[in-house]
Design a protein around this ligand. Structure first.
Ligand code: TXA
Ligand code: MG
Length: 335
């Protein structure tokens, strides 16, 4: 199949909407990362997403909406907490897990009783949804590859596998939305993102939990008697991975840079290609914006090894580290 490249003119949006309504796949821009869209209410269309991505069938896709009013059709009851969060953070990088309405096909939510709903801050994509349907929208990478933050990244992974890509430029945030589960007794963050726990607690006026398995090395689970299954099915998979092995260096910034330099030289002397990624401790936002593009660039450069600075694991730094730790398969060197 030939993948259409669309820019977002009125005519382009009509073409993209026609593809969605016809059960096809369109990659769409959001402020976090690019999504791979199909009509969320059409089981056959959603099946094509799993196929194109190579995604395991037990991993639900989130449902992407254009307007808060769309939420009413997708969950049986819009609660006060949902209203508060929608008001405060939508459109924006937040996904709410809520009880699923019966119109959502089982395949979209991988047989769960809940659905992740997200309203992205991107005018083109919301207009596409208004002209078509709510979109099942996982990130538009092939499974296990870094999420795409440009239309070019989408084409690297998906050219010839999807009907079209809608180019909305480079994603502003760069890492995926925060997922907050509102379906239990206490709200819980299942995937950290740029909207952080304290912001949710402030808006909801109550305690919000953080899935305790986040940012922990699954290989340590053997020595651990606590429940080690992340609550978001997708969080258990190896994600965000570049081709080359990656090492994270943690410690005082200047010392970390010096150590990275030593290790880099040692490997270069053996004739290896080393790709260095460095962020200052207070650069969590830039790190979020750049990380996936840098991992793809490292791959494209033919790197044999990637060396990167760790970020302090607080606030947004915790969320970026969630991705970097997985990219590095939890290889952390304490300096
Ligand atoms: O920023 C984002 O959220 C991007 C953009 C494209 O919107 N989308 C995205 O989708 O990251 P995806 O499918 O790559 O990640 C969705 C995550 C997966 O880890 C999945 O397991 C989890 O959300 N998820 C989806 N529905 C869920 C549910 N009902 N309960 C628990 N976790 C759910
Ligand atoms: Mg993804």
């Amino acid at each position: 199949m030939e993948t259409l490249y669309l820019k977002g003119t009125d005519r382009d949006l009509d073409r993209a909407a026609a593809i969605i309504k016809g059960g096809g796949l369109v990659a769409f821009p959001t402020e976090t990362v690019y999504g791979l869209g199909a009509d969320a209410l059409n089981a056959n269309a959603v099946a094509k997403i799993y196929e194109a991505k190579g995604r395991p069938a037990d991993n639900p896709t989130i449902v992407t909406i254009a307007d808060v009013s769309d939420l009413e059709t997708l969950t049986p009851e819009v609660t006060e907490d949902m209203k508060k969060l929608a008001e405060a953070f939508w459109p924006g990088p937040m996904t709410m897990v809520v009880p699923a309405a019966p119109i959502i096909p089982a395949i979209t939510i991988a047989g769960l009783k809940t659905a992740g709903i997200r309203m992205p801050d991107n005018a083109l994509t919301r207009e596409l949804i208004r002209r078509s349907k709510p979109l099942a929208g996982p990130s538009a990478n092939r499974s296990k590859r870094p999420s795409p933050t440009t239309a070019q990244h989408v084409l690297e992974d998906m050219d010839g596998r999807i009907d079209a890509v809608l180019d909305g430029g480079t994603c502003r945030v760069g890492i995926e939305s925060t997922i907050i589960d509102l379906s239990g007794d206490v709200p819980m963050i299942l995937r950290p993102g740029m909207i952080i726990r304290s912001q949710f607690e402030e808006v909801l006026g109550k305690k919000v939990l953080l899935d305790p398995t986040l940012n922990r090395d699954p290989s340590e689970a053997a020595n651990d008697t606590s429940d080690f299954h992340p609550k978001a099915p997708g969080m258990k998979y190896k994600h965000y991975a570049p081709k080359a092995p990656m090492l994270l260096f943690e410690g005082p910034y200047e010392k970390v840079l010096a150590e990275i330099d030593v290790v880099r030289k040692a490997h270069e002397e053996k004739g290896e290609r080393v790709y260095v990624i460095s962020f200052e401790p207070d650069e969590a936002e830039r790190a979020a914006h750049d990380i996936y593009g840098l991992l793809r660039e490292a791959d494209a450069s033919g790197a044999d090894l990637i060396l990167a600075t760790a970020l302090p694991q607080e606030g947004a730094g915790f969320s970026v580290m969630n991705r970097m730790l997985k990219s590095a398969s939890f290889h952390v060197i304490r300096v």
